[in-house]
Design a protein around this ligand. Structure first.
Ligand SMILES: Nc1ncnc2c1ncn2[C@@H]1O[C@H](COP(=O)(O)OP(=O)(O)O)[C@@H](O)[C@H]1O
Ligand SMILES: [Mg+2]
Length: 301
């Protein structure tokens, strides 16, 4: 198994600073690590140059990417360039998008996650009436918004949280502000989600958004592989969540390596907040990176 990290933008022989510690741990554990250039992939549109530091493999070999999120079409380009060298990323482009875009996996996780509806950007641009219509089902309940991948959670009141889904002015304000802030970074469209009552932990020290006991769980081939507290702030319970209620649905998710972020509701049960492709999901601040790679390695011995 190979582990591919992204390099610094203009120093292709150095790992991107954000992944330096992961890279060091993987190296110490004797994993077969390599660097790829996102600068070449994204900005130069040169996937072959992006993977030029990696030698073709005589036999097909599995690889895991650890780096920044990629738009699905770029993941596809990276996947193809590697496959031409007999190197196969753990998730096919279809599997990547399944966990990357919330609408793609919603059908699978809908009984375990807040009620969600979505509109493509074009549908919103066509008429804001489309937004009001789709929000009818939430009545006067609070909702939160995000695009198909990310929210602007640190702009909580301005571009994430809507206290009353029937308040057209507020809906218009928050959604427009969200679109404005996302600019070209917007992923496809907007997802509107029932705002569920999570057990309050603390307010984020910088953005003041309300935090709850949220955990990021990495699943590999249908089994939980590694779990860490999502936030660095606030006092989590001593006992970590029981993953039993999620094990069955995890097996239905069409991805070999994904993350499931779960949070504790006020009633004490747990809900799925989002899924992600584990190759591009950040390890939470206090995660033990060496332990993460130790477990990854163990699964591929
Ligand atoms: N449906 C929801 N109800 C209540 N709080 C939510 C809901 N969805 C997300 N949150 C809160 O908002 C934060 C950001 O949402 P999330 O979907 O994880 O977006 P991001 O991809 O930006 O992390 C979560 O960490 C959680 O605290
Ligand atoms: Mg999140």
């Amino acid at each position: 198994m190979k582990v591919l990290f992204c390099s610094q933008p203009f120093q292709e022989n150095k790992v991107d600073e954000t992944y330096e510690y992961e890279y060091t741990c993987a190296k110490q554990l004797g994993l077969d690590i390599h660097l790829i250039s996102l600068e070449q992939l994204i900005y130069q549109d040169n996937p072959l140059a992006a993977v030029k530091q990696i030698q073709p493999s005589p036999e097909k070999v599995l690889a895991i990417y650890r780096g920044w999120m990629l738009k699905p079409f770029l993941y596809q380009k990276l996947y193809d360039a590697l496959l031409a060298k007999n190197i196969e990323l753990i998730n096919t482009p279809e599997k990547y998008v399944h966990c990357h875009y919330l609408p793609e996996s919603y059908e699978v996780i809908k009984d375990f996650t807040p009620l969600s509806v979505w509109l493509h950007k074009e549908e919103i641009d066509a008429s804001f009436e489309n937004v009001y219509r789709i929000l009818n089902r939430f009545g006067q309940a609070p909702i939160m918004i995000k695009d198909y991948v990310k929210s602007r959670k640190h702009d909580w009141n301005e571009a994430c949280y809507i206290p009353d889904a029937s308040d057209k002015e507020k809906v218009q304000q928050v959604t427009s502000r969200f679109l404005e802030l996302q600019q070209d970074e917007l992923n496809e469209g907007v997802v509107f989600r029932e705002f569920v009552k999570l057990q309050f932990l603390t307010h984020h020290s910088q953005s003041n958004m309300p935090l709850s006991q949220e955990y990021r769980v990495f699943f590999l081939d249908g089994e939980p592989m590694y779990m860490a507290n999502y936030w660095e702030e606030g006092q989590y319970d001593d006992t970590p969540p029981d993953l039993q209620p999620f094990l069955e649905v995890a097996k239905k998710i069409k991805s070999r390596f994904f993350t499931m972020d779960i949070a504790k509701l006020e009633n004490g049960s747990w809900t799925i907040l989002e899924l992600g492709d584990a190759q591009v999901s950040a390890l939470p601040e206090q995660a033990d990176r060496c332990e993460f790679f130790t477990r990854l390695k163990r699964n591929f011995l």
